[in-house]
Structures are given as structure tokens and as C-alpha cells.
Design a binder for this molecule. Sequence first.
Ligand SMILES: Cc1cc2nc3c(=O)[nH]c(=O)nc-3n(C[C@H](O)[C@H](O)[C@H](O)COP(=O)(O)OP(=O)(O)OC[C@H]3O[C@@H](n4cnc5c(N)ncnc54)[C@H](O)[C@@H]3O)c2cc1C
Length: 512
Amino acid sequence: MNASYPPASAAPRIAVIGGGITGLAAAHRLHELLPRAEVALFEAGPRVGGVLDTAHLDGFLVERSADNFLTRLPQAVALCRRVGLADELLSTDETRRRAFVVKNGQLVPIPDGFFLMSPRKLGPLLGSNVLSVPGKLRLLAETFVPRGPASKELNPEPRTLNPPDESVASFARRRLGNETFERLVQPLVAGIYTADPEKLSMAATMPEFLAQERDHGSLLRARRRAGRFRDQSDDSSGARYSLFAAPKDGMASLVQALVARISPSAIHLNAPIESVRQMSDGRWQLDFGFRISDFGLAEGSFNPQSRVPSGCRNPQSAFDALILAVPAYAAAELLRRHDPTLATELATIEYAGCAVVSLAFQRNQIGHALDGFGFVVPQVERRRIIAASFASQKFPGRAPEGAALIRVFIGGALQPELLDLPDHELRQLALDELRDLLQITGEPLLTDIARWPRSMPQYHVGHLDRIARIEELAARHPTLALAGNAYRGVGIPQCIASAESAAERLATPITP
Ligand SMILES: Cc1cc2nc3c(=O)[nH]c(=O)nc-3n(C[C@H](O)[C@H](O)[C@H](O)COP(=O)(O)OP(=O)(O)OC[C@H]3O[C@@H](n4cnc5c(N)ncnc54)[C@H](O)[C@@H]3O)c2cc1C
């Protein structure tokens, strides 16, 4: 880089590529930190939000992907506060705070306090029929299982960037036994990561359990020492629903609040970027993926018809800094010509997709009590859905009085072929499964189908080493930042964290 950054003479011009929650949160943070900066956000599609998409259909509020976020990580709640949504946040309904797992075609409650891999209470687990007696005994024997390779003290030669890794399946089978893995861990993990646990990295997704094994020699012992078996306040099961929140009017209200703060005229829709390169003066040039003759036809604005980035009428327009808030494979394409080594590393991050089929019924069409937030399906049950969420039971206002809304998740890394089914087959598949599992009669009042191909990055074993290499290569470009769900967490709070740290880095002056 030849010049100092930001330029002393003028307000810096910063481009954000990608209009999902990551790109919006990055542009918002830049706006907070550098109010004089000229920030332009380019989104390939006709709307912002990326996978976040809320539909209001016949009195139902349908979330087409994420429907809540963790509150234990502060970033999403903090952002909601800053954009004026604090009073709009809903908590999950405490009276229904439990989840089910399918066993032999029936919905069985996940034992109270079972959290992904670790029973926080032994009583409910021992009393539950999710596991057989030998399965429970094997789980109790966890205390005697020796430490595994991933949690042994570190002193490897040659030195690796991160602790040795292990797959979730290997760790869970080794510590808890095959039955606990197949009946509880696999479906719970698949419900969150849409991933193959045989490949999923422990270090990247559940480092707290690796730390418990390392520090206490056992997950059960770690819990006992923490005094959590007796914790009466912690009676959630499965995913920790008590720790989740959502805006009253859905995720779209967070997206809209961000757009309003960033200034709609800074956002350019239908504006795919094809590649980026850094010029000799250190500024970044964007190559737009649409015809140059499209420039100058209309004013650039938050307008689906507009392809004209205001302030960028000249396609030669250059930016002082750049945030790539796109999936890793898209970032790889953008950087292919400028930094092939970084692009190659980014392209190795695999993705899975899934479909969300939302079905609404009159409450009296459903035989099941829906006395929980949903269910997960173990692979050993050989069904064609990953999980279902009882959306109208989780948050108020999702369905009209007397009706219920259920979201069914299909595909993921283990059944990718199902994403290619035509809509009518996906609908029928979801309906057949729900009819069987929830004793549903009649036809749904409403069906909505959303497909999210290549939307979920797969944090395979070795992911943290790969990310360390990517960060090292990206650091050679001080005015370029990578952000999004590909790197250090797939949830909304982690996306916001990566967006804000990218913006904070670019708000810090650099002297050549
Ligand atoms: C079905 C589903 C359910 C989920 N549920 C939850 C949940 O309940 N809670 C939770 O916390 N998380 C959940 N997640 C995860 C979370 O929603 C996502 O990780 C997060 O929204 C990703 O945001 P993002 O901005 O990084 O990426 P995206 O939303 O993928 O946005 C990237 C954007 O970049 C654009 N783009 C790509 N290439 C270019 C280019 N060349 N030029 C311009 N634009 C480009 C794309 O069009 C897209 O709009 C869920 C995800 C899915 C798919």
C-alpha cells in the first residue's frame, strides 16, 4: 500500500459487498464509527437480508430461515438496542420450553437439561426412555473414559496453529457411547449445523466440551464440579430455547431497521460484483457483474429496479477499503484474479443447503399437543426431514388464534438430493412426515417453501487451522476485510460480531 488510509484529504469511500445480515451490520457499524465516510453496499439480489426473510401470509408470520438468535452472545441483542428494537424483542414462551426427539416413529421428550452433549441433570436422563438401559449405563461410564487426542496437553511438533481437532461423531461416540450419539447428539447437532457429524469439527463448533474433557477428564465430572446437576433454574432441554430471542415482527424488522440507519440510498440492489482488484495507489476497483450501459439510467437508491450505484456512476469508481460479506465461495470468486492463494483457501470451505417448508393448520387438525418448541430426527430413524419447529408455540403472534404454524427443515449435508425436489414433492414429503409424527388430518391452510442452497458453511475437522491461514493471508491486504458465517460461527450474533470487527478494523487509520 502506497498511501495512508483513510485519505487525509477526503472522506473515505468504503464498499461492502453482500447485503445479508453481515453486510448490513458492517455498513451500520461503519456509519457509527465514520459518519463522514461514503459507504456503498452492493447486493447481488433484488432484496437485502440474505437468508433472513420474513413473510406475512394470511395472518401468519412465516420466517423462511432464522427465526431467533442466541442472547448469551451479546452482539445481536446489542445491535437490536442500537437500532431501536430493544422493546420489540420477544422471549420464548417459558411454559412450553422443551423439545422432542423422534424414537421409533414417536415423539419423545429430550430429557430436561440435556444440552447438545452434556446432561446437566441426571434424574431426567435416567427416567427418560430416549436411551435403553445399556445406553444409559454407557453414558454414566463417561467418567471413566480417558482423555482423547484432541484435549491432551498441547506440545505438538511441528506446532499446529490450533489444538488438535476431532469430529463431533468421534468425540461423542468415544465419550458418551454410540447410542447417545445416534439418539441425541447427532439429531441435535444436525438441527443446528445441517452438517454431517462425522466431519464436523469439535474445536470449531463445541470447544467448551473439549475444554471440559481437557480440564476435568470428563463431561459429567465437569458438570458435577460446576454444581449444575442440582441447578433447578436450568430445566431446558435440547437447544437452550430460554436463551433465544426474536423481534416481534420477525427478522425482517432488524433488516429494515439497519437499512433505515445506513441510509437506503447507500444500498444498491441487483448489483452483483464479479471481481475486485487493488490498484497501485492502494484503492480497490470493483468489476460490476452487469452491463456498463446500465449505468446512468436511473438514480441509485434502495430500489429493486435500480442497478445504478449512486456515487458509482463511473464503473471505474474506486474505493479506499472493502468488506467482503459474502459466502466464502463467493469471496473466492471475487479475489480469484487479485489473490489466487487466498481465493483457493476460501474455496475449500464446503457448504450445505436446506429447504424450509412452512405448513399451517387449524389447531384441531393436529392430534399432538404441540407442548414444546419442536422436534429433531435422528438419522437412524431413516426419515426424510431433519427437524421441525412449532413456530407458533415458540413466539406469540406467529399464527392467528386457533391455528398453528410448523416449519419443517429438509436436506442438509446428509440428504442434499432432497433440495432438488420440485415444490409439490417437497410439500408432500413434509406433509406426510408431519401427518405421521403429529397425527395431522386434512390439508394445510397454507404452505410456504424456501430453498437455501449453499447457505450453511460446513465447519469440518481442521476448520480453525484453515481460518487461521485465511486470516493470515487476508492480513496482507490491510484495507480488505472478510466477514460472515464462513469463519467463526454461523449464528446471527457471530455474523454481527464478524461484521463489526471488520468495520472496526477499517475504521482504524493506517500509515504506510
Ligand atoms: C434455514 C436457516 C435457518 C437458520 N436459523 C438460524 C437461527 O434460528 N438463528 C441463528 O442465529 N442463525 C440461523 N441461521 C444462520 C444465519 O441465519 C446465517 O448464518 C446468517 O443469516 C448469514 O448471514 P450472511 O450475511 O453472512 O450471509 P447471507 O445471508 O448468505 O448473505 C450474503 C449475501 O451476499 C450476496 N452476494 C453473494 N455474492 C455476491 C456478489 N458477488 N456481489 C454482491 N452480493 C453478493 C448474496 O446475494 C446474499 O444476499 C439459519 C440459516 C439458515 C439457512
